[in-house]
Design a protein around this ligand. Structure first.
Ligand code: NAD
Length: 274
């Protein structure tokens, strides 16, 4: 069997080759890692998120060339139901169908519950939780027709355990896990799986931003936050990488994972084993 070193695809073709995915929040961090891992398996990618258009154009050009896939981009705001519906339509127009949905876009805010801004609570619930309800309900009918679909929700170790000063995030991620389990049960007989990945700390812009916020909330220095709060939670004492989350996502999308549904998969260096 010949393996193309540029694409990682075998001469027989990868089982996911030619399928199409929406990866929300894929202009940065974990979402970009997931998009790269799926692209390497020949999956067409609808990118989504904020940030510099030229930055994401460069990534799209690279993946189209190296992995020989089609890509599209939607700047849809995941807090807007209408924008989400438009993103789904744009993906159908670009690729003809949606086989894989990765709900990854997310934001965080770290502050004590009594001063936690109401607008931050509302934004986090809508982007980290409600967006997944809107995307799932929009793609399920076509997945049911084809009797094949993969839904991967990027939750968090905070879907399984809480930490102080993260009330909205912990509530949203626990809710996302509940949504995942419900979808899995409803879709189990239709060839569609729904799973949640629960990462520990990954050094992305989302975590970089919460280091000074956590330092303020806990009265620590930023160095103490990294050592005594973030990495203290993870027995491995190292950050998880975006590549690792990408590989777990690709596995969940494979045929080998067709009986894995309704799960919460911790990728957190042992955090929730303690
Ligand atoms: P990130 O800040 O690097 O990326 C977030 C992505 O979401 C970006 O592409 C951003 O543009 C997009 N986004 C933010 N708000 C949006 C909106 N309203 N509409 C559309 N897109 C929006 O963060 P990340 O660390 O890669 O986080 C990705 C996901 O992983 C989040 O759901 C986060 O909760 C989860 N997660 C992260 C960690 C971690 O340690 N980094 C741990 C567990 C879970």
């Amino acid at each position: 069997m010949n393996v193309n070193v540029m694409t990682g695809l075998t001469s027989l073709g990868h089982e996911l080759k030619g399928k199409s995915a929406i990866v929300t929040g894929s202009t940065s961090g974990i979402g970009l890692g997931i998009a790269r891992a799926l692209a390497a398996r020949g999956v067409n990618i609808m990118f989504n998120g904020f940030g510099s258009p030229s930055g994401i154009d460069d990534v799209r050009t690279e993946l189209e060339k190296v992995s020989r896939i089609a890509t599209a981009f939607s700047g849809a705001d995941m807090s807007s139901e209408q924008a989400i519906a438009q993103m789904i339509e744009d993906a159908r127009t670009a690729f003809g169908q949606i086989d894989i949905l990765v709900n990854n876009a997310g934001i965080q805010h770290v502050e004590a519950i009594e001063t936690f801004p109401v607008f931050k609570w509302n934004s986090i619930i809508s982007i980290d939780l409600s967006a997944a309800f809107h995307t799932i309900r929009a793609v399920v009918p076509e997945m049911k027709k084809r009797r094949w679909g993969r839904i991967v929700n990027v939750a968090s170790a905070h879907a399984l355990v809480a930490s102080p000063f993260k009330c909205a995030y912990v509530a949203a991620k626990h809710g996302l896990l509940g949504l995942t389990k419900t979808a899995a049960l409803e879709l189990a007989e239709h060839g569609i799986t729904a799973n949640a990945i629960c990462p520990g700390y990954v050094l992305t812009p989302l975590v970089e931003k919460q280091i000074p916020e956590t330092a303020r909330a806990r009265g620590l220095t930023e160095e103490q936050v990294v050592r005594d709060v973030l990495l203290h939670a993870q027995p491995t004492k190292t950050f998880v990488t975006t590549e690792e989350i990408g590989e777990v996502t690709a596995f969940l999308c494979s045929n080998g994972a067709k009986s894995i549904t309704g799960t919460a998969i911790p990728v957190e260096g042992g955090w929730t084993a303690q």
